[in-house]
Design a binder for this molecule. Structure first.
Ligand code: ADP
Ligand code: ZN
Length: 289
């Protein structure tokens, strides 16, 4: 069976044709311009490919409440041209097939749960630390939505002593994303993360904040696995420091098999750059079940 997959991002739109076994047959990427310019290009890609459903993993915020009049819309996004865009409705009309829809990070998590590092795990988190910070959550085998969907990058942080960076989030200044996403690293240290690889203090501080966030997620969501992806996490030296600091902050309060095995609890994605597109395909497949 063939599925369409769309990874809708703020800078690029990745489209793929995927078999239900996870084989990617064709993939292209288009720049994210305005909806009027970009959506028809995407629809043309998917048309006449014989796909039975389309899944979309989308930047947000988005409306995932099926009871809502604006279900399937991109809503209050800072990408102004895309505000109040009925992306699901558009593809339904153009392609006339079932459309699955979720956040990009829930999509990536579903990809890892189906084919990658979280296979068979019912409770897991996928966090991406890149241009922004976002997190997807699976709880009891279901992707978590709630009122809207989790916005795990915008949780408030305690400032680490000695750090006087003002923070970059336009809404909260010093939230997790405002302190730790790629652009915050660049502004705080005056260089892009990739050029700071050998500056230990950069990754020490970054890990302190990431560990703080993970402790909150662990205490609230009780995940059995945490996957950390995104451009910033290409700095692999972060992983051991994050594991150590997370354990220190928990301070022995929780005793579980998972937390005793930190090396296998806080891990990298297993699917390279494919979890988003494979997860999107699975969002489409779910609509056929
Ligand atoms: P996006 O979030 O836009 O989808 P990425 O996940 O690649 O894309 O994140 C881009 C951000 O991550 C940029 O701020 C960039 O500076 C940072 N980044 C990308 N690669 C690295 C790297 N190898 N080391 C540190 N930071 C990186
Ligand atoms: Zn914020």
């Amino acid at each position: 069976m063939l599925l369409g997959a769309l990874e809708a991002g703020g800078t690029k739109m990745v489209c793929a044709i995927v078999k239900d076994n996870g084989e990617i047959l064709e993939r292209v990427s288009y720049p994210t311009l305005t909806p009027d310019e970009t959506l028809p290009v995407l629809a043309d890609f998917f048309r006449d490919k014989g796909i039975e459903a389309l899944g979309i993993g989308c930047f947000g915020p988005i409306d995932l409440n099926k009871e809502s009049d604006t279900y399937g819309y991109i809503t209050s996004t800072p990408k102004l041209a895309w505000r109040n865009t009925d992306i699901v409705g558009y593809f339904k009309k153009e392609l006339n097939i079932p459309i699955g829809f979720d956040t990009d990070v829930n999509g990536s998590l579903l990809g890892e749960v189906t084919f990658g590092a979280a296979k068979g795990i019912s409770d897991a988190i996928y966090l991406t630390i890149g241009t922004g910070i976002g997190g997807g959550v699976m709880s009891g085998g279901n992707l978590l939505h709630g009122m809207l969907h989790p916005e795990m990058g915008h949780i408030l942080m305690s400032r680490i002593q000695g750090d006087d960076y003002a923070g970059k989030c336009p809404y909260h200044k010093t939230c997790f994303e405002g302190m730790c996403a790629g652009p915050a690293i660049e502004e705080r240290w005056g260089k892009k993360g990739v050029e700071l690889a050998d500056r230990d203090e950069v990754w020490e501080l970054e890990s302190s904040y990431i560990a703080q966030a993970l402790v909150s997620y662990i205490l609230i969501l009780s995940p059995k696995l945490i996957i950390l992806g995104g451009g910033v996490m290409h700095q692999k030296q972060l992983f051991p420091i994050i594991r150590k600091k997370t354990a220190e902050l928990l301070n022995g309060y929780l005793e579980t098999a998972e937390l005793k095995d930190m090396d296998n609890y806080i891990i990298s994605p297993a699917l390279g750059d494919d979890q988003g597109i494979l997860g999107a395909a699975m969002l489409g497949l779910d609509m056929l079940k």
